[in-house]
Design a binder for this molecule. Structure first.
Ligand code: NDP
Length: 490
């Protein structure tokens, strides 16, 4: 391995940029700078931070074409997808900048009868320094969900982008600095390298760590953070299912599912990987979905539907899932094993693979989708809930959505659409089970990057009846047993 991190285009292998591989010393130094900057950043208050974040957003907007072009080169996604990703990230920066003060304002609490001479409040205070380990699939939008939120809540951040997208990470961090020349560099620090750099960040004294990536690496991150009891947010993979009920608008469902399954080459944690369709509409639905998927064109041209697989080793995962599904009796209606090329994967649709197959049970992260025929919506719900994951999902139905949504064991659901929740800056995003825990985005995300401080203030003393003093009156002590029974024994 070279002593430099060389980032290359997944479409052409052209070198995009080189970066240092930061080891423990450099990572600790970055965290130390972030710690020093934390006092300054917290001192800016919500108003000052809002100005800085909006400056950053404006700067990113003005340089967005340059950023989108870099995303096309380093991540491989078409320009339109890159532009969309930047647009969504900017929406999120604007939302947290404008809402952090309100969401995280101190809350008054009732002190209760026994301590009624007190006032009580809960403050939401930043952790200090937050480490963010980001993925490559949405190299701006996904880490931004943690970074902008943590910054708005008053933390400083040390960001380790994926080894596949360090230049995009550097552009994003440099933009903050360019937009806020008066801010110390430690407000948002960048460290680059491979997994070891991420592991070093977990052990470098951060106060919280936000990770997005795979479950196996998430477990390693948690183990490293556990050594110092560093709390973590885990945004892991998904195996999202769409349920297509017999009363669904099938055209709309097929169109949304084709996009949810194949958009961004299927490299979307909340992408649709499985579909459960009621038997009565199966043939018609499959007919439309097949046509939609067949029309999709992967490539690097301007009008391509999606780009290459960003991480080359993912090709093997996708191939294995397709092979396994077909070996188990699944029928390839669109594409098949031959759809996995050297860089690109064409859309694949497999009908009725076994429930135990890898294509149903493991995150594929490619432009493939399974369709399983069900005899009832009860069966659809049972199968949709039948994996270890619990990120998002979708329901397509004109009249049954209200009944189906509460039965899905996921943290996000779209109705008659896909992915909508991720684009809304006011909505939380996170998982359960193998999909992780904790929340980014929206008010829940802002709170995730703060801890609470309960403040109880004695407003006036009541001589003799102070429960928290050895000076309390004898009659009060004698009254206690009756008080307990009167208050709680009735
Ligand atoms: P990883 O989980 O391995 O990597 C995610 C991030 O963690 C990267 O920045 C990576 O750095 C870093 N990392 C790797 N090892 C360690 C470690 N020991 N300690 C701390 N940080 C570490 O995901 P991959 O990129 O390898 O993708 C594998 C699978 O993960 C995909 O197939 C997909 O299923 C899933 N995934 C899910 C995502 C989601 O949005 N939930 C996003 C991306 C992937 P580096 O890249 O430098 O190795």
């Amino acid at each position: 391995m070279s002593d430099q991190l060389v980032s290359t285009s997944p479409a052409t292998d052209e070198v995009v940029a080189t970066f240092p591989i930061h080891g423990e010393t450099e990572v600790r130094a970055a965290v130390a700078r972030a710690r020093e900057a934390a006092t300054w950043w917290q001192g800016q208050g919500y108003d000052g931070r809002r100005v800085a974040l909006l400056n950053w957003r404006r700067h990113l907007a003005r340089t967005s074409e340059e950023l989108a072009e870099l995303m096309r080169r380093e991540n491989g996604k078409p320009l339109t997808d890159a532009r969309m990703e930047v647009l969504l990230a900017l929406e999120h920066i604007a939302w947290v900048a404008k809402h952090a003060g309100k969401v995280l304002a101190s809350e008054k609490r009732k002190p209760g009868m026994l301590l009624s001479n007190f006032s009580a409040r809960v403050d939401h205070i930043p952790f200090g320094v937050v480490g963010v380990i980001g993925p490559w699939n949405y190299p701006v939008f996904t880490p931004n969900g943690s970074i902008a939120t943590a910054l708005a809540a008053g933390n400083t951040v040390v960001f380790k982008p994926s080894e596949f997208t360090p230049a995009i990470g550097a552009f994003y961090v440099d933009a903050f600095r360019a937009a806020n020349p008066g801010a110390p560099s430690g407000v948002l620090e960048l460290v680059t390298g491979y997994g070891e750099t991420g592991a070093a960040l977990c052990r470098a004294g951060v106060d919280k760590l936000a990770f997005t990536g795979s479950g196996p690496t998430g477990r390693k991150v948690m183990a490293a953070c556990a050594e110092s009891l560093v709390p973590v947010v885990m945004e892991l993979g998904g195996k999202d299912a769409a349920i297509v009920a017999a009363d669904a608008d099938l055209r709309l469902a097929a169109d949304a599912i084709a996009f949810g399954a194949a958009g961004n080459s299927g490299q979307t944690c909340v992408g649709i990987e499985r579909v459960y369709v009621e038997r009565a509409v199966k043939d018609e639905f499959l007919d439309i979905l097949t046509r939609k998927l067949t029309a999709i064109r992967p490539g690097s041209e301007k009008d391509s539907s999606y780009g290459p697989m960003t991480m080359p080793s993912q090709l093997d995962v996708v191939r294995r899932h397709i092979d396994d599904a077909i070996a188990g009796g699944g029928q390839a209606l669109v594409g098949g094993p031959g759809s996995v090329g050297e860089r690109y994967v064409s859309p694949v649709l497999i009908l009725d693979p076994p429930h135990e197959s890898a294509a149903i049970q493991e995150e594929t992260f490619g432009p493939t989708v399974t369709v399983t025929t069900v005899d009832s919506l009860d069966e659809a719900v049972k199968l949709a809930n039948g994996t270890r994951y619990g990120l998002g999902g979708a329901v397509f139905s004109k009249h049954r959505a209200d009944e189906l949504v509460p039965r899905l064991d996921t943290s996000q659901v779209s109705v008659n659409s896909v992915l909508g929740f991720a684009g809304m800056a006011s909505m939380p995003l996170g998982g359960r089970g193998e999909s992780g825990f904790g929340r980014i985005h929206g008010p829940e995300g802002l709170r995730e990057f703060t801890r609470t401080r309960a403040v109880a203030e004695q407003r006036y003393a009541v001589p003799g009846v102070n429960l928290l003093s050895f000076e309390r009156a004898g009659w009060l002590v004698r009254l206690m047993p009756r008080l307990v029974r009167w208050l709680h024994g009735r």
